[in-house]
Design a protein around this ligand. Structure first.
Ligand SMILES: Cc1cc2nc3c(=O)[nH]c(=O)nc-3n(C[C@H](O)[C@H](O)[C@H](O)COP(=O)(O)OP(=O)(O)OC[C@H]3O[C@@H](n4cnc5c(N)ncnc54)[C@H](O)[C@@H]3O)c2cc1C
Length: 453
């Protein structure tokens, strides 16, 4: 059987190698000039929440079927990677809510790609998938349209696995679904995931998952800060929980500590005027630690990247400096004094918007304000899939024969929170390949039996 995999990130390469191991002839189409997708910029933590209850609590809008798939499939998938010779750097995540492992992104991609090529697989770079040509519905045979090094081509396959990483790099789709207003969000990922797989599947009648208005990303130092993709992790400003976040109107706009990954805060920032915010901190906040760094060190990375970091000896002075930059200082002072009074009075949940713990007063000099802007790593909504990663039909919710999605392309796992994108890539890539090969073998046998009769 022939399988075409769209995308050479972790999801696509995992699917490709697994399908090849099961005897399929597999071609990977990769739009970019390199393999590995966003994985190469990540710190390589592949994880799942420890149990379904925690999974449901941390991403309550997500599809429980897919969450269970990640939870139950991760350990086996990691063992499979290890059996291929992929080095596992650590079998822990440093987060008590989760289990998983740390991988070396470059070595993992090289090992999977080499194993795939050794098993006779084909990888075509500079090959941009453009659309699906519907085949015979009963057998699910598909044709795929792509532009390869500038030439338009059509290739046929028994199954197509879409792993092209969602639509984070499509500014128009991000504006329409996520920002829901004017503005443009910075990309915290590679530039090739412009929604080609997602749009092609929708055009072929696919159903979109929940969560199209959500994304996983981070607040980064706002322009004029500049940095390379390999600094995406380093420059992330992951300390909203120790700050008070105000928008360009000088108003608090979200619960800064709503979740451990600060996904809700980042998403809320994407809907503020100009897609900008200021994190206001005091000396106590600057001394806090988030993972292996202090807040002060994260602020320093923002400053070194050319970001705007204001310092003052009093809150009044800080508000005055913000006022000079167009942020109403009286509003900032009001937001901070309401916040401080609520913390001292033990009633932070009655603030509007409410504040979760940790909540400590902003009162010890020196004070700092860091300008941040949200950046999108990947989309959370995508194609609706079942437990075999088969893409579902809009018309009746049944599977579209021969069409699968994995990784970011398979939407709806993290709705309402954040879960590991690398785990969805690894587990769904493997599941999609196994389902594609087995389903195609079953349909060949069925057709063969019919012919014999
Ligand atoms: C800075 C950073 C840190 C991160 N840290 C973590 C972490 O610690 N843990 C975690 O779980 N996740 C993390 N992530 C997220 C994780 O990297 C992604 O969720 C994961 O790599 C997604 O894999 P994917 O294969 O689904 O998509 P991608 O990696 O986006 O790969 C999609 C591939 O498809 C290709 N493509 C796109 N369109 C086409 C087309 N038309 N035709 C052919 N090919 C196409 C792209 O070029 C790309 O190679 C991080 C991401 C970043 C950027």
């Amino acid at each position: 059987m022939r399988v075409i995999v769209v995308g050479g990130g972790l999801a696509g390469l995992t699917a490709a190698l697994r399908a090849a191991q099961l005897g399929a002839r597999v071609t990977v189409l990769e739009k970019g000039d390199r393999l590995g997708g966003s994985f190469l910029y990540s710190s390589g933590y592949v994880w799942s929440y420890k149990d379904l209850k925690t999974f449901r609590r941390e991403a309550r809008g997500g599809d429980p079927v897919l969450q269970r798939l990640v939870l139950n499939g991760l350990e086996d998938s990691l063992n499979w990677l290890e059996s291929l010779g992929v080095p596992i750097l650590a079998r822990e995540t440093g987060n008590p809510l989760t289990f998983g492992a740390r991988l070396h992104p470059k070595r993992t991609i090289e090992t999977i790609a080499n194993r795939f090529l050794d098993s006779g697989g084909r990888i075509v770079r500079d090959a941009a998938f453009e659309g699906l040509v519907e085949g015979r519905p009963e057998s699910g045979i598909k044709e795929v349209r792509a532009t390869v090094s500038g030439d338009r081509r059509t290739e046929s396959a028994d199954a197509v696995i879409l792993a092209s990483g969602g639509f984070a790099a499509n500014a128009e789709l991000v504006r329409r679904h996520i920002i829901q207003g004017p503005g443009r969000m910075r990309l915290r990922a590679h530039p090739w995931s412009t929604g080609d797989g997602f749009l092609a599947a929708l055009a072929a009648g696919a159903l979109a998952s929940a969560g199209l208005d959500e994304f996983y990303g981070r607040n980064l130092p706002a322009p004029p800060a500049g940095f390379s993709p390999h600094q995406f992790v380093e420059v992330s400003q992951l300390y909203g929980r120790y700050a008070v976040a105000v928008n360009r109107n000088g108003e608090r706009y979200a619960d800064e500590a709503a979740d451990w990954s600060e996904t809700a805060l980042t998403q809320a920032t994407a809907r503020q005027p100009g897609l900008r915010a200021w994190y206001v901190l005091d000396a106590v906040g600057l001394r806090r630690r988030v993972r292996e760094r202090t807040v002060q060190e994260m602020v320093e990375t923002a400053r070194l990247a050319g970001g705007t970091v204001l310092r003052a000896d009093s809150l009044k002075e800080l508000a005055g400096t913000l006022e000079q930059r167009g942020i109403p200082g009286t509003n900032v002072l009001r937001a901070l004094s309401e916040y401080n009074a609520a913390v001292v009075g033990g009633r932070v949940e009655s603030l509007s918007p409410p504040r979760s713990e940790p909540a400590t007063p902003i009162e010890v000099s020196p004070f700092v304000a860091v300008e941040v802007a949200p950046a999108i790593t990947h989309t959370i909504g995508g194609l609706a899939v079942d437990e075999r990663c088969q893409v579902l039909r809009r018309m009746d919710g049944g599977p579209i024969p021969g069409l699968y999605a994995a990784g970011v392309e398979a939407g709806g796992v993290s709705v309402g929170g954040y879960t590991s994108g690398l785990a969805s890539a690894l587990v769904f890539g493997k599941v999609a390949a196994e389902a594609a090969v087995r389903c195609s073998q079953a349909s060949v046998e069925r057709l063969g039996l019919r012919r014999e009769r």
